[in-house]
Unconditional design. Structure first.
Length: 183
Protein backbone atom coordinates (compact mmCIF):
# COMPACT_ATOMS: atom_id res chain seq x y z
CA UNK A 1 0.00 0.00 0.00
CA UNK A 2 2.82 2.44 0.86
CA UNK A 3 4.55 1.73 -2.48
CA UNK A 4 1.30 2.33 -4.39
CA UNK A 5 0.73 5.67 -2.68
CA UNK A 6 4.34 6.67 -3.34
CA UNK A 7 4.02 5.73 -7.03
CA UNK A 8 0.78 7.70 -7.31
CA UNK A 9 2.46 10.77 -5.78
CA UNK A 10 5.37 10.49 -8.23
CA UNK A 11 3.11 10.12 -11.28
CA UNK A 12 0.89 13.02 -10.18
CA UNK A 13 4.01 15.17 -9.82
CA UNK A 14 5.18 14.22 -13.32
CA UNK A 15 1.73 14.97 -14.74
CA UNK A 16 1.59 18.35 -12.97
CA UNK A 17 4.98 19.25 -14.43
CA UNK A 18 3.79 18.27 -17.92
CA UNK A 19 6.34 15.47 -18.23
CA UNK A 20 5.32 12.57 -20.47
CA UNK A 21 5.98 9.20 -18.89
CA UNK A 22 5.19 5.56 -19.56
CA UNK A 23 4.89 2.87 -16.89
CA UNK A 24 7.04 -0.17 -17.64
CA UNK A 25 6.09 -2.99 -15.26
CA UNK A 26 9.11 -5.00 -16.45
CA UNK A 27 11.75 -2.35 -15.76
CA UNK A 28 14.47 -3.79 -13.53
CA UNK A 29 17.55 -1.75 -12.64
CA UNK A 30 19.51 -4.89 -11.66
CA UNK A 31 20.33 -3.84 -8.10
CA UNK A 32 18.25 -5.14 -5.22
CA UNK A 33 18.59 -2.01 -3.08
CA UNK A 34 16.21 0.04 -5.24
CA UNK A 35 12.89 0.85 -3.53
CA UNK A 36 9.65 2.42 -4.71
CA UNK A 37 10.60 3.91 -8.07
CA UNK A 38 13.13 3.02 -10.76
CA UNK A 39 13.34 5.12 -13.91
CA UNK A 40 14.94 5.41 -17.31
CA UNK A 41 15.10 8.23 -19.81
CA UNK A 42 14.75 6.70 -23.25
CA UNK A 43 14.97 8.22 -26.73
CA UNK A 44 13.99 6.85 -30.11
CA UNK A 45 16.86 8.77 -31.78
CA UNK A 46 19.58 6.23 -30.91
CA UNK A 47 18.14 2.96 -32.18
CA UNK A 48 18.12 -0.12 -29.94
CA UNK A 49 20.42 1.52 -27.38
CA UNK A 50 17.93 4.25 -26.51
CA UNK A 51 18.34 4.40 -22.73
CA UNK A 52 20.43 7.48 -21.92
CA UNK A 53 19.91 7.71 -18.16
CA UNK A 54 18.61 5.37 -15.47
CA UNK A 55 18.28 5.19 -11.73
CA UNK A 56 15.85 5.08 -8.87
CA UNK A 57 15.11 5.49 -5.18
CA UNK A 58 17.22 3.47 -2.80
CA UNK A 59 15.87 4.33 0.63
CA UNK A 60 17.25 1.81 3.10
CA UNK A 61 20.69 1.37 1.50
CA UNK A 62 22.52 3.51 4.07
CA UNK A 63 20.68 1.70 6.88
CA UNK A 64 21.65 -1.68 5.40
CA UNK A 65 25.28 -0.53 5.54
CA UNK A 66 24.97 0.40 9.25
CA UNK A 67 23.98 4.04 8.98
CA UNK A 68 20.78 5.88 9.90
CA UNK A 69 17.62 5.56 7.78
CA UNK A 70 18.23 7.92 4.86
CA UNK A 71 16.07 8.79 1.84
CA UNK A 72 18.12 8.58 -1.33
CA UNK A 73 17.95 8.66 -5.10
CA UNK A 74 20.69 7.88 -7.60
CA UNK A 75 21.20 7.76 -11.32
CA UNK A 76 23.81 7.20 -13.98
CA UNK A 77 23.96 8.48 -17.54
CA UNK A 78 25.72 7.31 -20.66
CA UNK A 79 27.78 10.37 -21.55
CA UNK A 80 28.39 9.14 -25.10
CA UNK A 81 24.68 8.66 -25.66
CA UNK A 82 23.91 12.10 -24.28
CA UNK A 83 26.57 13.60 -26.54
CA UNK A 84 24.93 11.98 -29.58
CA UNK A 85 21.72 13.85 -28.75
CA UNK A 86 23.19 17.38 -28.74
CA UNK A 87 24.56 17.58 -32.23
CA UNK A 88 21.69 19.69 -33.56
CA UNK A 89 22.76 23.15 -34.73
CA UNK A 90 21.72 26.07 -32.58
CA UNK A 91 19.15 28.45 -33.94
CA UNK A 92 20.39 31.86 -34.99
CA UNK A 93 17.50 33.55 -33.27
CA UNK A 94 14.40 32.84 -31.27
CA UNK A 95 10.86 32.90 -32.61
CA UNK A 96 9.17 34.38 -29.55
CA UNK A 97 10.23 36.62 -26.68
CA UNK A 98 7.93 36.40 -23.66
CA UNK A 99 7.70 39.74 -21.85
CA UNK A 100 6.01 39.63 -18.42
CA UNK A 101 5.02 42.89 -16.72
CA UNK A 102 3.59 42.77 -13.21
CA UNK A 103 3.49 40.37 -10.31
CA UNK A 104 0.55 38.29 -11.56
CA UNK A 105 2.15 38.01 -15.00
CA UNK A 106 5.35 36.23 -13.92
CA UNK A 107 3.91 32.76 -13.18
CA UNK A 108 1.74 32.93 -16.31
CA UNK A 109 4.81 33.91 -18.35
CA UNK A 110 6.74 30.92 -16.99
CA UNK A 111 3.88 28.63 -17.98
CA UNK A 112 3.57 30.21 -21.45
CA UNK A 113 7.33 29.83 -21.98
CA UNK A 114 7.18 26.12 -21.07
CA UNK A 115 4.17 25.50 -23.34
CA UNK A 116 5.85 27.26 -26.27
CA UNK A 117 9.07 25.28 -25.85
CA UNK A 118 7.19 21.97 -25.59
CA UNK A 119 5.42 22.86 -28.84
CA UNK A 120 8.78 23.32 -30.56
CA UNK A 121 8.71 27.12 -30.60
CA UNK A 122 12.12 28.67 -29.91
CA UNK A 123 11.30 31.04 -27.06
CA UNK A 124 13.02 32.98 -24.32
CA UNK A 125 11.97 35.50 -21.71
CA UNK A 126 12.87 39.18 -21.36
CA UNK A 127 12.30 39.67 -17.65
CA UNK A 128 14.56 42.49 -16.43
CA UNK A 129 14.01 46.21 -16.58
CA UNK A 130 11.08 48.41 -17.42
CA UNK A 131 8.77 47.76 -20.38
CA UNK A 132 10.93 49.73 -22.82
CA UNK A 133 14.08 47.83 -21.79
CA UNK A 134 12.33 44.45 -21.99
CA UNK A 135 11.05 45.21 -25.48
CA UNK A 136 14.55 46.30 -26.53
CA UNK A 137 15.85 42.92 -25.32
CA UNK A 138 13.08 41.14 -27.22
CA UNK A 139 13.99 43.06 -30.37
CA UNK A 140 17.74 42.46 -29.93
CA UNK A 141 17.10 38.71 -29.59
CA UNK A 142 15.88 38.64 -33.19
CA UNK A 143 12.48 37.36 -32.12
CA UNK A 144 9.74 37.47 -34.72
CA UNK A 145 7.09 37.89 -32.03
CA UNK A 146 6.78 39.31 -28.54
CA UNK A 147 4.23 37.81 -26.18
CA UNK A 148 3.44 40.57 -23.69
CA UNK A 149 1.75 39.52 -20.47
CA UNK A 150 0.62 42.14 -18.00
CA UNK A 151 -1.70 41.92 -15.03
CA UNK A 152 -4.65 43.08 -17.19
CA UNK A 153 -3.97 40.34 -19.75
CA UNK A 154 -3.76 37.75 -16.95
CA UNK A 155 -7.15 38.88 -15.62
CA UNK A 156 -8.65 38.44 -19.11
CA UNK A 157 -6.86 35.11 -19.85
CA UNK A 158 -5.10 36.69 -22.82
CA UNK A 159 -1.66 37.74 -24.02
CA UNK A 160 -0.71 40.58 -26.32
CA UNK A 161 0.97 39.18 -29.42
CA UNK A 162 3.17 41.78 -31.09
CA UNK A 163 4.80 41.26 -34.49
CA UNK A 164 8.28 42.69 -34.09
CA UNK A 165 8.76 43.71 -37.74
CA UNK A 166 5.61 45.68 -38.44
CA UNK A 167 4.78 46.45 -34.78
CA UNK A 168 1.17 45.27 -35.13
CA UNK A 169 -0.37 43.87 -32.00
CA UNK A 170 -3.40 41.78 -31.16
CA UNK A 171 -4.77 39.96 -28.13
CA UNK A 172 -4.92 36.18 -28.14
CA UNK A 173 -6.41 33.79 -25.56
CA UNK A 174 -3.57 32.07 -23.69
CA UNK A 175 -4.83 28.61 -24.62
CA UNK A 176 -4.80 29.49 -28.35
CA UNK A 177 -1.33 31.05 -28.50
CA UNK A 178 0.52 28.04 -29.93
CA UNK A 179 -2.16 27.53 -32.59
CA UNK A 180 -1.99 31.18 -33.61
CA UNK A 181 1.82 31.18 -33.78
CA UNK A 182 1.99 27.93 -35.75
CA UNK A 183 -1.01 28.74 -37.96
Amino acid sequence: MEAGAFFEAVTKGLDAAGIRWVRNARLVRGLDYYRHTAFEFVTDRLGAQGTVLGGGRYDGLIEALGGPPTAAVGWAAGIERLAMLIDEPERDRIDVAVVPMGEAAQPVANQVLAVLRRAGVAADMAYKGNMKRRMQKADASGALWAVIIGDDEVARGEVALKHMSDQTQRWVPVDRLVDVLKG
